[in-house]
Design a protein around this ligand. Structure first.
Ligand code: TXA
Ligand code: MG
Length: 333
């Protein structure tokens, strides 16, 4: 069976997407971070289809996407800090974890007493949210553990018939998943996943320190409170070997140079002898590198390189999130 055409950013197509979602179907939608695989968050049967399509374990909770603050109040208790964050960063690439209300199905939160909520900025998902008049659970639209999709064709290439409806909204602006901030922790706000909104930006708006890291050890089978607690995540099939920012590639190893793709943060001044060079940006701009990283990893993985030697970014601003994803891609287990 041929795969269907993409839906487009037209009133007619977005009305169809909204109707499908209201009817309990799953639809892949662009956001400003990565493409999400969406379902009506208040319909547990629809949400179950997301887990099935991605092969995602039920212990991994989902983010609920909303169009407005009234919807947040229906889903969760809103602490005073939220209004300041919402004013500064919403709509945009920040997810907050709040105490959930009864209305949110346990399947969405993996049984946790909290729910992750985000108000996305991309016009396509915003229009669909308005048209359906609801809220959408949406993880990244990739098979569990593989590289997140930043273009519509990435969703089709890796989910195929499991995602029969995909809206094409062009490449994603940020290219990395949202920053996740835990706001229901008695110890204070805690960064669970670095993303396009940096810890420094959060601290400046909140006027207090943001605790680092969420990867507390958890007993087997308990729902995770931090994303990618499984260290391996975002993984290409090829081996990913990292090198510090500014360090030269190392071509002696178990692969011949022509099997190695050398990836730079910026266009290198000289060609690497014998190997093929690729770069994440012309000029080393970390936002551009972040926007391009998942698409480049996919392309190189598909091109059959045995090893991807990737230069890390400077560890500041969005470079922190970029390096987090690169380290996960490089983790072998
Ligand atoms: O940018 C994004 O956040 C994208 C787009 C589609 O919005 N979504 C995304 O979803 O990255 P996903 O499922 O790939 O990652 C969501 C992460 C999960 O790994 C999960 O651990 C964490 O959010 N999460 C969800 N609910 C949580 C909760 N109640 N407490 C702690 N962490 C939670
Ligand atoms: Mg994901």
């Amino acid at each position: 069976m041929p795969l269907p055409e993409f839906l487009k950013d037209t009133d007619l197509d977005l009305a169809l997407a909204a109707k499908l979602l209201r009817g309990g179907e799953i639809v892949a939608l662009p956001t400003e971070t990565v493409y999400g695989l969406a379902a009506d968050a208040l319909n547990a049967e629809a949400v179950a289809k997301i887990f099935a399509a991605k092969g995602r374990p039920l212990i991994d909770p989902l983010i609920v996407h909303v169009a407005d603050l009234e919807s947040v109040e229906k889903l969760a208790g809103a602490p005073p800090m939220l209004s300041r964050l919402a004013e500064a960063f919403w709509p945009g690439p920040l997810t907050v974890v709040l105490e959930k209300k009864e209305i949110v199905p346990g399947l969405v939160t993996a049984g946790l007493p909290t729910v992750a909520v985000r108000m996305p900025a991309h016009p396509v998902i915003r229009k669909v949210l308005w048209k359906m008049g609801g809220v959408l659970a949406a993880p990244s639209a990739n098979p569990f553990g593989y590289i997140s999709p930043t273009e519509a064709r990435h969703v089709r290439d890796s989910l195929g018939e499991k995602a029969p409806w995909i809206v094409d909204g062009g490449p994603c602006l940020h290219g990395l998943e949202s920053t996740i901030l835990h706001l229901a922790d008695s110890a204070g706000p805690r960064l669970l996943r670095p993303g396009p909104v940096s810890r420094e930006q959060l601290e400046a708006v909140l006027g207090c320190p943001v605790l680092a890291g969420g990867a507390k050890e958890k007993a087997d089978g308990e729902a995770q409170t931090a994303p990618g607690m499984l260290t391996k995540h975002y993984s290409p099939r090829a081996a990913v070997v990292l090198r510090e920012a500014g360090a030269p590639p190392r071509l002696e190893g178990k692969f011949s140079a022509k099997e190695i793709a050398v990836v730079w943060q910026r266009r290198p001044a000289e060609k690497t002898p014998g190997a093929e060079d690729f770069w994440l940006s012309e000029d080393g701009d970390p936002a551009t590198a972040a926007r391009n990283v998942f698409a480049l990893l996919r392309r190189l993985d598909g091109a059959g390189f045995a090893e991807l030697q990737v230069e890390l970014a400077e560890e500041r601003g969005v470079g922190v999130a970029l390096n987090d994803r690169l380290r996960r891609a490089a983790a072998r287990a």
